[in-house]
Design a protein around this ligand. Structure first.
Ligand code: 6PG
Length: 249
C-alpha cells in the first residue's frame, strides 16, 4: 500500500478556495525566499475558479511575490481565448489581469496554431525555461490538479495512449467535455513536481475520490499521479469526501 495520502477536508468550495489560496501564497513566499522564484502550473475547469478569484484580492494580492512568480498551465483546450472553455482566458479574468504579474511570467499554451504545433511550442518553452537536457523533466514548485468523475486529470483520460507517454513533455489529445482538441502535460512532467494539490469539490466527485483515496487500483489517470520526490495533498470538500471511511481519515 502506498504511503497514506495527505487529506485536507473543508466544509465547502469557498473554504476549499481559501485553503488553496493559502497554500499558493505560502509556497510562493517560501520558494522566492529559497531560490528567488516560484514556478507553478494550474489546471482549468470550474473548481479552481473561487481560489483564483481569491488570489486577485488581499491578502493574496499584496502578500504573494507576483513579480517573481511564473504561471504555466497543466493543460489547455484548443479554443479561442475569448471562450469560457479557455483555461487561460478564464484565469486572465479571474486573477491574472488583476495581479501585478509581469506579462512574460504568464506562460499560456498557444492555441492559435494547430494542436500538434501548439504542443511542440509549449514543449520548447518548458525546455528553454527550465534549461532541460534531453530526457529531463521540469520540476514545478507547485501544481494544482483537478479530477473528473471518470478519473481523468489534466487532459489525460482513462485508457488513453497519453498514459504511456514518457518522452514528450506535452501531448495533443482530443477528449473531455467540451469534446475538443486539448494540449496536456504528461504524467512524468506532473510527477516530477515538488508538490501537487488536488482541488476537488462536489458530490459528483465522491465516488472517484473514494476509489482513489482508498487505493482501489482501477488504473485511472488520477491514480497515476504519484510525485516521485514530492508530496501530494488532496484538498477536498465534505461532499467530495462523503464516501471516505474513517479508516483513511
Ligand atoms: C481541464 C482540467 C481538467 C479539470 C477536471 C475537473 O482543462 O478540463 O485540467 O482536468 O481539472 O476536468 O474540472 P472541474 O473543476 O470543472 O470539475
Amino acid at each position: 500500500m502506498d504511503r497514506k495520502p495527505q487529506i485536507i477536508i473543508r466544509d465547502n468550495l469557498s473554504a476549499l478556495a481559501g485553503t488553496g489560496a493559502d497554500i499558493f501564497a505560502a509556497s510562493a513566499i517560501e520558494n522566492v525566499i529559497n531560490k528567488g522564484r516560484f514556478v507553478t502550473a494550474i489546471s482549468g475547469g470550474s473548481t479552481p475558479g473561487p481560489m483564483h478569484r481569491l488570489l486577485s484580492r488581499d491578502p493574496y494580492l499584496s502578500e504573494i511575490p507576483w513579480n517573481k512568480t511564473h504561471i504555466f498551465w497543466v493543460d489547455e483546450r484548443c479554443v479561442p481565448v475569448s471562450r469560457t472553455e479557455s483555461n487561460y482566458g478564464e484565469a486572465r479574468k479571474r486573477f491574472l489581469d488583476i495581479v501585478p504579474i509581469p506579462s512574460d511570467h504568464i506562460h499560456n499554451i498557444s492555441v492559435e496554431v494547430p494542436p500538434e504545433e501548439g504542443a511542440l511550442r509549449y514543449q520548447r518553452e518548458l525546455i528553454k525555461f527550465f534549461g532541460l537536457k534531453r530526457g529531463e523533466f521540469p520540476v514545478f514548485d507547485l501544481i494544482f490538479m483537478g479530477i473528473g468523475a471518470d478519473g481523468h486529470t489534466a487532459s489525460i483520460y482513462p485508457k488513453s495512449s497519453a498514459l504511456e507517454e514518457n518522452k514528450k513533455l506535452m501531448l495533443s489529445v482530443k477528449g473531455g467535455d467540451p469534446l475538443v482538441h486539448r494540449l496536456t502535460m504528461i504524467l512524468p512532467v506532473l510527477n516530477n513536481a515538488k508538490k501537487i494539490i488536488f482541488l476537488v469539490s462536489g458530490k459528483d466527485k465522491s465516488e472517484i475520490i473514494g476509489d482513489i483515496i482508498m487505493q482501489r487500483q482501477k488504473g485511472l489517470p488520477a491514480e497515476m499521479i504519484k510525485p516521485a520526490h514530492g508530496e501530494i495533498i488532496w484538498l477536498i470538500d465534505r461532499e467530495a469526501a462523503s464516501l471516505l471511511t474513517e479508516i483513511i481519515l
